[in-house]
Design a protein around this ligand. Structure first.
Ligand SMILES: C[S@@+](CC[C@H](N)C(=O)[O-])C[C@H]1O[C@@H](n2cnc3c(N)ncnc32)[C@H](O)[C@@H]1O
Length: 221
């Protein structure tokens, strides 16, 4: 496989050692969006949270400070990222269920979670893939549950179109017809809201927008 596009899990497996340093020191506004995301998670005893693309747990570092009794199901394609997360929280092992797989394939169940969230992982998928996934998230939430998405966003439709065209061009040049590869295809905040609403979420708000990252809150009812 050309190094131009790396398979998603392998991309993060290979970068695990420098991952947290990179996110915390080089990604614009990361000093704010992790803490703000954590602030939105309800503070209730024994809350059940689904974390999609949990990685090494940067958002969980903040969430666990505020919600020490939280139960987290974390799903990630990269086994190395999950190993790192596990080693950080040996003392919280009974609160963490870690699943090495794709959140497109893993069954989330029905009404099992009080909240779901994803941080910096959804900007790799098409509109159609996202709506399919958002429907799964919708069904796995309890009736008063909500989904928080913190993600890299495109600042205009022109930028979004450019990212998707580049992804299509590279995939076509490399003959990649399926599978997840690491290439950024962020959507505008407006499109994100439309996609979440079309999956069934009743109230979708842009909670906060930073330079290249936005936090969305999508309520089930
Ligand atoms: C940029 S990292 C974000 C990790 C963590 N949420 C954070 O903010 O530090 C993106 C993560 O999403 C995971 N990921 C990407 N696509 C995935 C998929 N289809 N299923 C599960 N995990 C996925 C990657 O393996 C990676 O760990």
């Amino acid at each position: 496989m050309s190094e131009l596009l790396e398979e998603m899990g392998r991309f993060f497996d290979r970068r695990v050692d420098n991952y947290e340093k990179h996110m915390l020191e080089s990604v614009t506004d990361s000093n704010e969006f992790y803490t703000e995301t954590a602030r939105l998670v309800p503070k209730r005893e024994d809350l059940n949270l689904l974390d999609l693309g949990c990685g090494t747990g940067l958002e969980l570092d903040e969430i666990l400070k505020l919600n020490p009794t939280i139960n987290v199901t974390g799903i990630d394609l990269s086994s190395k990222m999950l190993e790192r997360l596990k080693s950080k929280y040996i003392d919280k092992a009974d609160q963490l269920t870690l699943i090495n797989g794709s959140y497109f394939d893993v069954d989330f169940g029905m009404g099992k979670f009080d909240s779901a969230l994803s941080v910096q992982t959804m900007h790799h998928f098409t509109h159609k893939q996202k709506v399919t996934l958002y429907k799964k998230i919708y069904y796995c939430l309890s009736s008063d549950g909500f989904y928080i998405e913190t993600d890299y966003i495109a600042n205009s439709q022109k930028d979004e179109d450019f990212f998707f065209a580049e992804s299509k061009r590279l995939r076509s040049e490399l003959g990649l017809t399926h599978g997840f590869y690491h290439i950024d295809t962020p959507c505008t905040a407006e499109n994100q809201i439309k996609l979440l609403k079309s999956a069934g979420f009743k109230e979708v708000k842009l909670h906060r927008q930073y330079k290249n990252t936005a936090i969305f809150m999508a309520k089930k009812i």
